[in-house]
Design a protein around this ligand. Structure first.
Ligand SMILES: Nc1ncnc2c1ncn2[C@@H]1O[C@H](COP(=O)(O)OP(=O)(O)OP(=O)(O)O)[C@@H](O)[C@H]1O
Ligand SMILES: [Mg+2]
Length: 285
């Protein structure tokens, strides 16, 4: 007799229908009496770039922290490729730290501050976790890291320590370091907001290239130009609630809510050339 699959496992039909890489299902989070996230859901399919926009304090960072269980939501579920984060299948007991570490290794995270290891070279930063956490073969990891350094145009900094890099270069290394783990999804939390203005473009350029290459990404940003050009979908948060979900053309040209209109006005998000061209290059309608 065949045993039915537990409800948390994706059925063959779900898999065939391309289940989301990341699914946030109705999460709530309070800090004290303050409702920081209220029934937030979002879904990211393979290769999609979802940009999360919203005013300061609207819960964007908390949402990303809930995704990789750095914050534990009070209610709701988060699934990575169909696997529920934070709880073991069947028993529903909380995951151990080791189990959480395993699942987090598949979720790349790039923060405002680069957090590179200062005592390791650029290459050392890229290969440390794949070798010692993922226990992959050193030669294979080094070859992949060198390809990533080519991609971010920093091959010549391979043996340099982070202190010798500019902020933009550090952040590009931080992105490559996250990619070296071969993550299922990459989360960015205002990855460019600590950079000098002249260094922002080089980091956004790498992120835009990744989006075009089909990396699955969730990007919290105040860079409206990037969101317009690179996002497949915009999720607009306000006071911890999802207020609008729309493709960028719709969100930027004809937002549905007054809150989104006010937000866009504040950021002076005027139409930018190149959107249609770049999106059509990626085969996005
Ligand atoms: N650990 C915490 N304890 C208590 N309150 C918190 C904590 N973390 C965040 N908050 C509060 O939750 C709300 C949302 O914070 P969050 O950092 O998620 O906002 P944000 O949208 O990322 O803002 P910003 O654009 O300024 O980064 C804020 O009011 C913040 O003060
Ligand atoms: Mg934040």
């Amino acid at each position: 007799m065949s045993v039915p699959a537990p409800a948390f496992l994706p059925s063959a039909a779900d898999a065939a229908a391309e289940r989301p890489v990341l699914e946030v299902d109705g999460i709530w989070k309070k800090f004290g009496e303050h409702d920081v996230l209220t029934d937030v859901s979002l879904s990211v399919r393979r290769g999609q770039t979802v940009c999360i926009l919203g005013p300061s304090g609207s819960g964007k960072s908390t949402l990303l922290r809930c995704v990789n269980w750095l914050e534990r939501p009070d209610h709701g579920h988060v699934y990575l490729s169909g696997q529920r984060i934070g709880f073991r299948p069947v028993s529903e007991l909380p995951m151990s730290q080791a189990e959480l570490a395993q699942i987090r290794a598949r979720i790349g995270m790039v923060f405002q501050h680069f957090n590179l290891w200062p005592h390791l070279t650029v290459l050392g930063n890229l290969i440390e976790a794949p070798i010692f956490v993922q226990r992959r073969l050193r030669d294979e990891v080094i070859a992949e890291a060198e390809t990533l350094l080519d991609k971010i145009d920093l091959r010549d900094k391979r043996d340099v320590y982070p202190a010798r890099l500019s902020g933009g270069q550090k952040q590009r290394v931080a992105i490559a370091r996250a990619l070296a783990m071969r993550p299922a999804v990459l989360l960015f939390d205002e990855a460019t907001s600590a950079l000098d203005p002249e260094l922002v473009g080089e980091v956004l350029g790498v992120m835009e290239e990744l989006a075009q290459d089909g990396m699955t990404m969730v990007v919290v940003t105040h860079e409206m130009g990037f969101a317009r050009d690179a996002a497949d979908e915009i999720v607009f948060l306000d006071h911890g609630r999802v207020v609008e979900v729309a493709p960028p053309e719709k969100f930027f040209e004809a937002p549905e809510t007054e809150r989104a209109r006010q937000f866009l006005q504040r950021y002076g998000a005027a139409p930018r050339a190149g959107l249609a061209r770049r999106r059509s290059q990626r085969g996005v309608e």
